[in-house]
Design a protein around this ligand. Structure first.
Ligand SMILES: [Zn+2]
Length: 218
C-alpha cells in the first residue's frame, strides 16, 4: 500500500472533527501538466479525493514524492502529505495582541479536540479581550460591546450583532444548563464571527497601513 492510499486509515476530518476512516473517491497524479494514473512513472505530485465515512464530506490531500525507494517497474516511491483541503487550521494573524492571539489559538485547539463548549467560551473570552485591549471600562459584557460601538465608534451594528451572538454562545458553553447543547456548528459559527471581528479591528487595518507605507516609498 502506498502512503497516499488512505483506504481504511483514520485521520481527523476537518468537516466533522471526528477521527474517521476515509475512502478513496479518486487519486491521480501529475506529470508536468498532464494527469496520469498513480501507476504511471515519474509522478511528482499526487492529488487524492477522499470521503469521510462519518460525515460523507470530501477532503483533498496533496502528496509529493520525497524519495525513490526502488527503481523497479513500477518504481516504489515515498510520498509525504503536503496539503489538506479544507484545512482545519485557522490562520491566526501575527498582528493580533498576544493575549487575544493566545485565546483564539486555544479556541481552535478546543474545536479540533471536539470540546465545543470550551471553544465557544474561548471565543467569548476573545471578545472580552478586545474590549480590554480597546480600553473599554470594565463591566458586563453587553455594556462593554455597546461602548465599543456607541462611545468609541469602533464597530458597526453588524459587528455588534456578531459579538453579541458570540457572548450568547459563550454563555451557553459556560453555564451548566443541561437543556442547552453546544454543537460543532455553534463552535464554528463563534470562531467565524470572532475572526471576522478581529479582521475588521486588527488585521485589515494593519494591512492597509502596510500598503500605505509601501506606497509612500518611492
Ligand atoms: Zn467527517
Amino acid at each position: 500500500m502506498q502512503d497516499y492510499d488512505l483506504n481504511g486509515h483514520a485521520r481527523q476530518c476537518p468537516h466533522c472533527q471526528s477521527v474517521a476512516r476515509f475512502t478513496i473517491i479518486q487519486v491521480k497524479g501529475t506529470v508536468g501538466t498532464h494527469w496520469v494514473t498513480c501507476e504511471e512513472a515519474d509522478l511528482i505530485t499526487i492529488y487524492g479525493l477522499y470521503e469521510c465515512t462519518n460525515c460523507h464530506h470530501a477532503i483533498m490531500m496533496v502528496y509529493e514524492v520525497v524519495e525513490e525507494l526502488s527503481v523497479n517497474d513500477p518504481p516504489i516511491r515515498r510520498y509525504v502529505l503536503k496539503h489538506v483541503f479544507p484545512s482545519s487550521d485557522v490562520a491566526v494573524a501575527a498582528s493580533l495582541p498576544p493575549e487575544i492571539r493566545e485565546d483564539l489559538e486555544e479556541a481552535c485547539v478546543c474545536i479540533k479536540a471536539g470540546a465545543f463548549k470550551a471553544a465557544v467560551v474561548m471565543c467569548r473570552r476573545v471578545v472580552e479581550g478586545v474590549c480590554q485591549d480597546k480600553n473599554v471600562r470594565p463591566g458586563p459584557l453587553p455594556q462593554r460591546l455597546r461602548a465599543l460601538k456607541d462611545q468609541l465608534g469602533l464597530i458597526t451594528d453588524d459587528i455588534l450583532a456578531w459579538a453579541e451572538e458570540i457572548k450568547e454562545l459563550g454563555n451557553a458553553g459556560a453555564h451548566a444548563d443541561r437543556r442547552v447543547t453546544v454543537t460543532l456548528e455553534d463552535a464554528k459559527d463563534a470562531l467565524d464571527f470572532v475572526q471576522a471581528i478581529l479582521n475588521v479591528l486588527y488585521v485589515l487595518p494593519e494591512r492597509l497601513s502596510k500598503r500605505k507605507h509601501r506606497e509612500a516609498i518611492p
